[in-house]
Design a protein. Structure first.
Length: 584
DNA sequence: CCTATAATAT
DNA sequence: TATATTATAG
C-alpha cells in the first residue's frame, strides 16, 4: 500500500501507476485470469473474485484496500450494476464495467449507475493501461475540494495541469452549455438585492443548502474538529459571502440532528447484532462527537501531497493502525443480506424515509438563494457577492461528495477516499470495529435537487426533477435513499448528466423559470464517468501512461462528448431512466 | 452558542 | 396533509 499511496500522492513519481490496487470481478474464470495477467503486466496489484458478493465483502473488509474495481456486467449472483451501485455508495471507488455487449443502452446504464468507464470484451492492454486515470482523476477532484479550505492552491494547480477540470466534465455531460461554458448567472441580481441588506424585507431569504455548500460546511467542520466547531468558525472557513452565521447555525443544528439520528440507527443495528456498545449515550452527545473529532485534528500539510489537507482519517489511524485491513468493516450489519436485497424494494419503501439529508442543487426559486454554484462560478458570477466579494477561488465544483461524513475524506495513507465514520468516537473506545455500523449506513441518502442548465438546446427550461434511489441497506432493513440523482451526481453513482438533463426537461415543473440558466453547474457531474465513456470510442488515447498526458485525452473526450451529446437523444426516454436509475 | 419553535417549502 | 428544512426567538 505504501508504495501505492506514494505513487498517487505524488503523481510525478515514476512509480506512479504501478501498484494501483485493482479488484477484478467476473464470473468467468477465464476472463478473470486473462485480466489478472494483463493488469499485472501493467504493474498493478490485482485481486480477483468471481462473485459480486464476494467482491463486496472484500471491499468492505478492506476499505482502503483497493483503488479501483473492474467488474463484469453479467454475473449470476448479482447484477453488475447493482454491485456498481453498492461500491459507489459504500466506498466511493471508481468502477469500470465490462461486458461483451456494447449496446448503448447498457453502456448508458453503466455510466448512469456511476461507472467511470465501460469496456468491451475482449479487453486489451491498451485499455487497462490507463485505468489509473480514473483513480487519479477522482483524487484530483477531491483535492480540489479540500483545497478550498486550505490556502494552498499549489497542489491544485499542479494537478490541474494534467487534468481537465471539472468544468469540462460537467459541461460535456450536461449537454448543455457547451460552448459558452457557463451560462451566466444573470439572475443573481435580482435575488441578491432583494433581501440582503434590507431589514425592511422582513424575512431573510431562505438558504438552500446545496451539496456544494454542504460540502464546504463539512469540510470546515472536519477541518476544525467537530467538537470545537461553532457556527462562527464554520462560517469563516466556508468563506461564502452571503451566508450568515445564523444560516450556518441552523444548518449545524440540522446536521447534528442528522448525525444523531444516524448514530441511533447504528446503535440499534449494533444492538441487534448483539454487540451493543455503550452507545446509548444520548444521542446528542454522540452526535456532537460523531465523527469529526477524530478526523479532524490532523490537517497537516505534510500530507500535502496527498491530501490536501484534510484530516480525515486520522481516526482510523489511531484506532486501528491497520485501517487497511478493513478494520472498519462491520460485520454485524451484515453487509450481506440486505445489501443484496433489491434496491428496488428498498427504494420504494425508503424513498421518503427520513434519514437522509437533502440537498439541492439548483434553484428555481428566485427568492431563495442557492449556494451551490457559487463556487464554481467565477467570481464575476457569484451571486451575492455584493455582500462579500470574496469568492473563493477555490470553490470549485466538485462533484458531490458524500454527504456528510465522508465526503471528501482522503486517506492520508492511501489517498483513496475512505469513509470517515461518524462514529469515530466509539470506534476509538471500542476499538472494535465491529461495533461500527457499516459504512453503508453512513451513506445516507441524499436527495439532490438540481437544476440543470436550462439548456437552450431544447428550449426547455431547466426544471427540477428529482428522483431518488435507494442505496442499500446494510444492515437491517432500513432503507435509505441513496441519493437522488436527478441530476446528478453523486459521486459516481450518479447519473450521467445527460440523463438528468433530460429528466429535468421533462419534469420541468417550473418551467417558468426558464431563464435560470445560470447555471449551473455543469459541474456536478461525476467527472469520472463522463469522459471515459467516450474514451472507448476513441480508443486512441489509451496508451499514455503518463499522467501528464491525461489531460489531453480528456479534452478530446470532452469534445467528443459535447458533440455527441449536443444532440441529446430523445429526452423523453431518459426521464424514465432517471427515476429508475438507481433502482436498476 | 445551543435548543426550541415558528414559518415555509416540498 | 405530513414532513423536512430553515429562520428566529429565547
Amino acid at each position: 500500500m505504501d508504495s501505492y499511496s506514494n505513487g498517487f500522492s505524488s503523481p510525478r513519481a515514476e512509480a506512479f501507476p504501478a501498484g494501483l490496487r485493482v479488484l477484478v470481478v467476473d464470473d468467468d474464470p477465464t476472463w478473470l485470469k486473462i485480466l489478472e495477467k494483463m493488469l499485472k503486466k501493467c504493474s498493478y496489484e490485482v485481486t480477483t473474485c468471481c462473485l459480486a458478493r464476494e467482491a463486496l465483502d472484500l471491499l468492505r473488509e478492506r476499505k482502503d484496500g483497493f483503488d479501483i474495481v473492474i467488474s463484469d456486467v453479467n454475473m449470476p449472483d448479482m447484477d453488475g450494476f447493482k454491485l456498481l451501485e453498492h461500491v459507489g455508495l459504500e466506498m466511493d471507488l471508481p468502477v469500470i464495467m465490462m461486458s461483451v455487449d456494447g449496446e448503448t443502452s447498457r453502456v448508458m446504464k453503466g455510466v448512469q449507475h456511476g461507472a467511470c468507464d465501460y469496456l468491451l470484451k475482449p479487453i486489451r492492454m491498451k485499455e487497462l493501461k490507463n485505468i489509473w486515470q480514473h483513480v487519479f482523476r477522482k483524487k484530483i477532484h477531491e483535492v480540489r475540494d479540500i483545497e478550498g479550505l486550505e490556502s494552498g492552491i499549489e497542489e491544485f494547480q499542479m494537478m490541474r495541469n494534467g487534468i481537465s477540470d471539472q468544468s469540462d466534465d460537467g459541461f460535456s455531460f450536461c449537454g448543455g452549455d457547451l460552448n459558452s461554458g457557463r451560462k451566466r448567472k444573470d439572475f443573481d441580481n435580482k435575488h441578491d438585492d432583494k433581501n440582503f441588506g434590507d431589514p425592511s424585507a422582513g424575512k431573510r431569504t431562505r438558504v438552500v443548502w446545496t451539496v456544494d455548500l454542504h460540502q464546504k460546511f463539512v469540510k470546515a467542520v472536519n477541518y476544525m474538529g467537530f467538537d470545537k466547531v461553532g457556527p462562527k468558525k464554520i462560517l469563516e472557513l466556508m468563506n461564502v459571502p452571503w451566508l450568515t452565521r445564523e444560516n450556518v447555525a441552523s444548518h449545524l443544528q440540522k446536521y447534528r440532528l442528522y448525525l444523531s439520528r444516524l448514530q441511533k440507527d447504528n446503535d440499534l443495528k449494533a444492538s441487534h447484532g448483539g454487540i451493543k456498545q455503550s452507545t446509548d449515550a444520548t444521542s446528542r452527545d454522540q452526535a456532537g462527537n460523531l465523527g469529526f473529532k477524530n478526523s479532524i485534528n490532523i490537517k497537516h500539510n505534510d500530507v500535502a501531497n496527498t491530501n490536501f489537507g484534510i484530516p480525515k482519517n486520522t481516526v482510523i489511524q489511531n484506532s486501528n493502525p491497520k485501517s487497511h485491513d478493513g478494520v472498519v468493516s462491520s460485520p454485524d450489519l451484515g453487509p450481506k443480506g440486505p445489501l443484496v436485497s433489491d434496491a428496488h424494494e428498498i427504494q420504494k419503501a425508503t424513498s421518503s424515509s427520513g434519514v437522509g439529508l437533502h440537498y439541492s442543487f439548483g434553484t428555481p426559486d428566485l427568492d431563495t438563494k442557492y449556494t451551490t454554484f457559487s463556487s464554481a462560478l467565477p467570481p464575476q458570477f457569484s451571486w451575492n457577492r455584493e455582500h462579500k466579494p470574496q469568492i473563493d477561488p477555490n470553490n470549485v465544483f466538485n462533484h458531490l461528495s458524500l454527504p456528510d461524513l465522508d465526503q471528501v475524506q482522503v486517506n492520508q495513507k492511501t489517498f483513496l477516499p475512505s469513509y470517515p465514520t461518524p462514529f469515530n468516537k466509539e470506534r476509538d473506545k471500542l476499538t472494535h470495529i465491529k461495533a461500527m455500523p457499516p459504512r453503508a449506513t453512513e451513506c445516507i441518502s441524499l436527495n439532490i435537487r438540481q437544476q440543470m442548465p436550462g439548456e437552450n438546446t431544447f428550449g426547455l427550461n431547466p426544471v427540477q426533477s428529482e428522483c431518488s434511489t435507494t442505496a442499500f441497506n446494510p444492515s437491517e432493513s432500513i432503507t435509505r435513499t441513496a441519493w437522488s440523482s436527478k441530476d446528478q451526481v453523486l459521486d459516481h453513482i450518479s447519473v450521467s448528466d445527460l440523463d438528468s438533463f433530460n429528466g429535468n426537461l421533462i419534469l420541468g415543473k417550473n418551467s417558468a423559470l426558464t431563464s435560470l440558466n445560470e447555471n449551473f453547474p455543469p459541474c456536478l457531474l461525476p467527472e469520472d464517468c463522463s469522459p471515459t465513456y467516450f474514451e472507448m470510442q476513441n480508443s486512441d488515447f489509451s496508451d499514455s501512461n503518463n499522467p501528464g498526458l491525461l489531460l489531453e485525452p480528456s479534452m478530446y473526450l470532452y469534445d467528443s462528448l459535447k458533440f455527441d451529446y449536443e444532440y441529446p437523444c430523445d429526452p423523453i426516454e431518459y426521464p424514465v431512466m432517471d427515476q429508475g436509475l438507481f433502482i436498476a
